[in-house]
Ligand binder design. Sequence first.
Ligand code: DC
Length: 277
Amino acid sequence: MSNKSTFIITIDGPAGVGKSTVGKIVAKRLHFHYLDSGAIYRALTLKAITKKVNLADRNALIRLAKRTRIKFRQTDSGTRVYLDNRNVTKLIRRPELTAQVYQLANLAGVRKEVNRIQQSIVSGKKYVVEGRDTGSVVFPDAPVKFYLDASHAERALRRHRELEILQDRDEKQRHHSAPMSPDGHRGEAGHPDSHRDASEHGLAYKKVLDEIKLRDRRDKARSVAPLVQARDAIAVDTTHLSINQVVVQILHHIARLAAQRRNNFRRSGLRQSRLCR
Ligand code: DC
């Protein structure tokens, strides 16, 4: 989509490939807004679970999607997601919810509503939008599209590291708030590494890997808007790249495409002025 003032850059790809991290940085560098379309599917799933809607009842889920208001608000500490005016930014990231989102994402009627929400959010603005089908279905006319990919093993490793950092942070917080014994020591459970060993790490990694593979199967096998690389998207394999290297590649492609457009515009202008003579 690129009418007079709307300009969309799409970034699609499988779970855990780094679309959000990269998308946010690219948007910031270009002074664009950023939209995480997955957050909309997550927020709708949260509402369905909270309202105890049967996730096998298609019509009820579609009705729910039609009656829901989802808003995003940019703050200094990041983007906040509001579901019917309630801040659900953290709630929608819970793993139990992540495991259920596919049930709504599989439904054409729900996707239609989510696409409508996305299109109304970006209207008249410059946006980096990320998801699974933003280049192939939601914004087929976007002038710049990317498809990020990485091996299963690498994506699982990244996700596993991220989870470890979050877990360490939680444990440190718990440690600081644990009561101190008379000799000034905190409880055993407070030490970040006290109950983790190599086999536990291996097990957790295997679980993350299996989850990534399952999510890929669900995203790619979906009959409606499955995860595919749009015909005109630029593919970037991030397996051996750092976040910064991916950002540099994307910005480089954007600059190249912008120069190409300027040249085409100049050439067509020249042709027109010759025709007018
Ligand atoms: O990117 P994410 O993990 O937050 O996405 C959450 C879910 O939403 C995931 O199951 C895939 C689905 N999704 C989708 O079907 N289409 C999109 N454009 C974005 C996400």
